[in-house]
Design a protein around this ligand. Structure first.
Ligand code: GTP
Length: 384
């Protein structure tokens, strides 16, 4: 006699990925913006989804979408039996609630999606505390719902408006207490970071920080330059925790090199705030190596996003532009007009160590002016 098959709940609710071309979005190529949104969802392991892309001429303060679009999306949801909807934009808690009622399904926004990805990618105590604080800040404004990923795992829909006032108050208190604990923990971790930084600065060894848009190839460059094995994946935000390595060029140590968290357009402000301490390392860098995926049609928009975030956190440093993934473009000359503005610059394919030589040469020259004169830096014997 065989056992009865257990009842299987729907592990992956039918999801609508709703890409919105909002009036404030002046990106050159909206299709690759939508593609990036789909990749974010896939990185967060969203499966079983439909896609719908719409252009908005106006924004509605209570529903985000204007009336005609609301009905179009509602019909789509009905036709495809949509159980949860993820919108490519940041929306207010009120808009989220109203959309949820209108479409009769759970609604999640861009911030929730990015926070969940960051939560999965954080490994160090500092990274976890930073993401934890950002998530709690966000949850405080939306005291209901379970999250996209969790809803998929349990097959249970988030609770919409089902909380009594007392339960809400209780949850709010709980969130505030947990945030306080995490903030204290983070303070301690930051003290350690500051001590380490002081030590490093007093040694006078130059520090190079790799920055750039998510998926530009930062970890790959770090690996190629240092022959290390940092996680490099075709996934957004594979790197959250800073990795620092010694950097040798022509067998001579020229400094340390660190990988940093990838940037993305419309990064939730909570996350920028939470990652300020990690990003504050950039304030102490001697050189920023700005990696740009030149094969992406929106490379210049991405480059600007990085500059904007640096402005927001008040970082102004010497910078070299590392235009990466040249193997993926047919004719670099077609781009040269726009590229000219960004100097100094090197062009590489991070997967090919021969093309990376151009970057090594730049670093060798740069280090001539930045190495402390009276320091006997170690010689590398592993022949990098
Ligand atoms: P985040 O962690 O999201 O910030 O990404 P990252 O900037 O560290 O990018 P990563 O090094 O993880 O590379 C992203 C993907 O691009 C990986 O699949 C790499 O193998 C690939 N990649 C990196 N550099 C090149 C290159 O020069 N050419 C090609 N074709 N692929 C590359």
């Amino acid at each position: 006699m065989s056992l009865k098959t257990p009842y299987i709940t729907n592990q992956y609710p039918k999801t609508l990925l709703l890409g919105v071309h909002a009036p404030y979005n002046h990106i050159k190529n909206i299709n690759s913006y939508f593609e990036e949104f789909i990749n974010l969802a896939k990185t967060n392991k969203v499966q079983n989804y439909e896609t719908l892309f719409i252009k908005l001429r106006d924004l509605d303060s209570s529903h985000f979408l204007t009336k005609g679009k609301l009905d179009e999306v509602k019909d789509f949801c009905k036709k495809h039996a949509i159980e949860q909807l993820i919108i490519s934009e940041m929306i207010t808690p009120l808009q989220e609630r109203n959309l949820s009622d209108y479409f009769d399904c759970d609604v999640f926004d861009r911030t929730q999606l990015i926070l969940e990805i960051f939560e999965k990618a954080a490994h160090s105590a500092e990274g976890k505390a930073q993401v934890g604080i950002a998530m709690l800040q966000y949850q405080k404004t939306r005291l209901a719902g379970k999250g996209i990923y969790l809803a998929q795992q349990t097959g249970v829909k988030g609770m919409r408006g089902g909380y009594g006032e007392t339960a809400k108050e209780k949850e709010k208190r709980h969130i505030e207490n947990t945030m306080l604990k995490l903030e204290r923990q983070l303070e301690q971790l930051q003290k350690t970071r500051i001590t380490q930084r002081k030590k490093r600065l007093s040694s006078g060894i130059p520090q190079i920080c790799i920055i750039g848009y998510t998926n530009a190839g930062k970890s790959t460059i770090l690996n190629t330059l240092t022959k290390s094995n940092v996680l490099a994946e075709d996934k957004l935000f594979a790197t959250l925790d800073t990795t620092t390595r010694e950097l040798f060029v022509n067998s001579k140590k020229i400094g340390t090199i660190s990988d940093t968290v990838g940037f993305i357009q419309q990064l939730p402000p909570h996350l920028i705030e939470a990652f300020k301490s990690t990003l504050s390392e950039l304030q102490h860098a001697d050189l920023l190596m700005h990696v740009v995926d030149i094969s992406d049609e929106n490379w210049e928009d991405h480059l600007r996003v990085v500059h904007d975030i640096l402005d927001q956190i008040g970082v102004q440093k010497e910078m070299v532009y590392v235009f990466n993934k040249i193997d993926k473009i047919e004719n670099i000359d077609n781009l040269s007009g726009a590229l000219h503005k960004y100097q100094p610059q090197v062009f590489i394919n991070a997967l090919n160590k021969d093309t990376v030589q151009q970057l090594r040469d730049f670093l060798a020259d740069w280090s001539q002016n930045h190495l402390p004169k009276d320091t006997n830096l170690p010689i590398d014997t592993t022949n990098h």
